[in-house]
Ligand binder design. Structure first.
Ligand SMILES: Cc1cc2nc3c(=O)[nH]c(=O)nc-3n(C[C@H](O)[C@H](O)[C@H](O)COP(=O)(O)O)c2cc1C
Length: 318
């Protein structure tokens, strides 16, 4: 059996598969539909300091090759998360990662520092694709501002791996990746959804009540693979910071593309709405792929993509 285990900044996972934040609630909603014990890790919905009802419906629409959502960070808020969800997460058969969002520095700092005392939370992922209420600018789109936020969060959460989830809605994602790493990110995850719009031509109105939303699913996969490759080669590889790649992954072949591009972990989101057992299928597929190639460890393939101009490979392909 090939070794599918991966290490993410000290966090050891049995395999690289994870859920994407926001696509499967707080875990137990999915327990009847997937084998949670075979997940590398479970990532929760974004938690904010205050409870949020989220946006008005319509909040989700299907597009030709994906999904457009404007949920508006609906979640139970920090207090109820700690009281109601953490006791359930303590029983999870796989490591749990909590995703944290905020609209001010204080929001992030208070929610992240509360995670220091939750033993079952093995790592925290920062959703930085939210606007700062004080000036309306998104935290994750400016490298300097992102570096500052990450450095502040590291101070209140020094002992757990910090994952910074990059927004693709920027001119050059390697700049924000570098900002996050300079701020002290232990792991980078990418990508969040792409800002997009869909129009009901009969009503001549946007199909989402919020007008715009985030595009996910197969439509974004090639862009997400490209961004993963760029961040790996320009920032993460030299810094020794592992990447969790996501965006449209549906099959083990999709996951393999992200791994070759430089991802150590693999996030699966929109595909869960079609088949909640997708991560389990991907594990089986990756295992068979490695076996067929005679590769013993999945980590040997991380970043193994060869681009024109690279040093020629010493060993031939299997
Ligand atoms: C319905 C829905 C809700 C989401 N909610 C969140 C969220 O709360 N926090 C977050 O960081 N990302 C959220 N995302 C983004 C996903 O975690 C992921 O980055 C993105 O969907 C790309 O992966 P995919 O194409 O496999 O879905 C959400 C995505 C969807 C489709």
């Amino acid at each position: 059996m090939p070794d599918l285990s991966v290490q993410l900044a000290g966090l050891k996972l049995a395999n690289p598969t994870m859920t994407c934040s926001g696509t499967c609630g707080y875990a137990f909603e999915y327990a009847d539909f997937m084998d949670l014990s075979r997940l590398g890790a479970f990532v929760t919905k974004s938690i904010t300091r205050e409870e949020r009802k989220g946006n008005e419906p319509t909040r989700i629409v299907e597009t030709r090759a994906g999904m457009l959502n404007a949920i508006g960070l609906a979640n139970v808020g920090l207090d109820r998360f700690l009281a109601e969800k953490v006791p359930l997460l303590e029983k999870m058969p796989c490591p749990v990662i909590v995703n944290v969002a905020g609209h001010s520095y204080d929001d992030y700092l208070e929610t992240c520092s509360a995670m220091t005392s939750t033993g079952c939370v093995r790592a925290v992922e920062l959703n930085v694709s939210c606007p700062n209420v004080s000036d309306g600018l998104t935290f994750g789109t400016h490298p300097g501002r992102l570096k500052e936020l990450v450095a502040e969060v590291k101070k209140v959460l020094p002992a757990k791996p910090l994952i910074v989830k990059l927004s693709p809605n920027v001119e050059d994602i390697t700049l924000t990746a570098r900002g996050a790493v300079e701020g002290g990110a232990d792991i980078l995850s990418l990508v969040n959804t792409f800002t997009a719009m869909s129009i009901d031509i009969h009503k001549r109105r946007p199909r989402l009540a919020n007008v715009t939303g985030g595009l996910s699913g197969p439509a974004i996969k090639p862009i997400a693979v490209h961004m993963t490759s760029r961040v790996y080669r320009n920032v993460a590889r030299h810094a020794g910071v592992p990447i969790i790649g996501m965006g449209g992954i549906q099959t083990w072949q999709d996951a393999a593309e992200f791994i070759l591009a430089g991802a150590t972990g693999i996030g699966i989101g929109t595909a869960l709405f079609v088949d909640p057992a997708t991560p389990n299928r991907i594990v089986d597929g990756l295992s068979a792929w490695l076996e067929k190639q005679g590769v013993e460890r999945l980590t040997d393939l991380v970043g193994a993509l060869e681009l024109p101009g690279d040093e020629p490979r010493k060993t031939p392909y299997p």
